[in-house]
Design a protein around this ligand. Structure first.
Ligand SMILES: C[S@@+](CC[C@H](N)C(=O)[O-])C[C@H]1O[C@@H](n2cnc3c(N)ncnc32)[C@H](O)[C@@H]1O
Length: 338
């Protein structure tokens, strides 16, 4: 049987985003931390170097652990690499006998390595198979593009990508796939370009929003985020820290609402609407406003431009139930897309 090729190790390394403000807020570091989005290991290494006794390094992409082999040995058993989803981080920590946790960091989204590898199918700049699966298993972007109904496709493009031409693009996808399935990133990108006006200088590539939307759908990213936040509430010890970095407004809204609601800072009643029952606070907010990158970081790493960091500290109250829709999870995320 043919061997699967390992990850192309030549892709540009991933530069950790907003690491400085996270480390400034949590240092000195001690105890057991979980890095739910290991990637190139930037956060995990920083935590270990700053004194964490152990880091559970979770990622759903098995390639990241192959890349880390070059440097991980220096940390011995202090670095425990776990293939899995951060939506289940409480179970993963418990399975490895590391519960409760002293801290959790999440740096949501794709890594530069994933985007730069054409064969992973995340990029409209380089042609590759229409894949986009971080975990390299399950439903691919091609599966969704070639089988979802026109309405579902339009909803995905609009709700996850804020693509105003969502209906036009969905209609063209359905017409095109009647002749032959759409199987490459170049084919899909070309189709999207044909539905939209040519971009003016300085505007993003016409396929940007649709590719983002499909990637979010393929990897069920927003549901994972909600599950990860809820799991963090269950997994952290009182006093434990949660730090989450997001890259677009849908994600940041979920994190903001979660921290607000769980710290008892949700909307209060007024004379037009009744007072909300104030939940027992489970977290204390450490960031009232999201922290963004400094000028210097933006110059060094343009990818950091839209990043936002929010942090909270776990309080004593036992974990409770959270309504995902109240947190701003689009309804489409609750449907099984295939
Ligand atoms: C932005 S990168 C993280 C980079 C990392 N902080 C670093 O410094 O190198 C995001 C990583 O999270 C992983 N990921 C995304 N969603 C995930 C999920 N739900 N569960 C586990 N890993 C996930 C991706 O595969 C990717 O490797």
């Amino acid at each position: 049987m043919a061997q699967k090729a390992g990850p192309a190790l030549t892709a540009a390394p991933h530069i950790p985003v907003l690491l400085a403000p996270i480390m400034a807020a949590i240092s000195p570091v001690s105890g057991v931390w979980l890095d739910g989005t290991f990637g190139a290991g930037g956060y995990s290494r920083a935590l270990l170097d700053a004194g964490a006794a152990r880091v559970l390094a979770v990622d759903r992409d098995p390639d990241v652990f192959l890349r880390a082999e070059r440097w991980a040995a220096q940390y011995g058993e202090r670095l425990l690499m776990i293939a899995g989803e951060f939506g289940q981080l409480d179970l993963l920590a418990a399975q490895h006998g590391q519960s409760p946790l002293d801290g959790i960091v999440l740096d949501i989204g794709v890594s530069s390595m994933q985007i730069d590898q054409a064969e992973r199918g995340f990029s409209f700049v380089q042609d590759g198979p229409l894949d986009m699966r971080m975990s390299q298993s399950g439903t691919s972007a091609a599966d969704i593009v070639n089988t979802a109904s026109e309405t579902t496709l339009a909803d995905i493009l609009y709700q996850y990508g804020e693509e105003r031409a969502s209906r036009r693009i969905a209609r063209k996808i359905v017409l095109t796939r009647k002749n032959a399935p759409i199987t490459t990133t170049a084919a899909l990108s070309g189709l999207i370009e044909s539905c939209l006006p040519r971009p003016k200088p300085g505007q993003v590539h016409p396929a940007t929003r649709s590719f983002q939307a499909l990637r979010i759908a393929v990897n069920d990213e927003l549901k994972q985020l909600v599950d990860g936040l809820v799991a963090a509430e269950r997994a952290l010890r009182p006093g434990g820290i949660l730090a989450v970095v997001t890259f677009h407004s849908l994600e940041d809204r979920i994190v903001k609402r979660f921290i607000q609601a769980r710290s008892g800072a949700g909307p209060r009643g007024n004379r037009f609407s009744p007072e909300f029952e104030v939940e027992v606070p489970r977290f204390e907010r450490l960031t009232r406003k999201a922290i963004g990158p400094s000028e210097e970081e933006m110059n060094e790493n343009p990818r950091a431009r839209s990043a936002k960091l929010r942090m909270a500290r776990r309080l004593d109250a036992p974990a409770g139930n959270v309504d995902a829709v109240d947190l701003g999870l689009p309804k489409i995320a609750l449907m099984v897309v295939s």
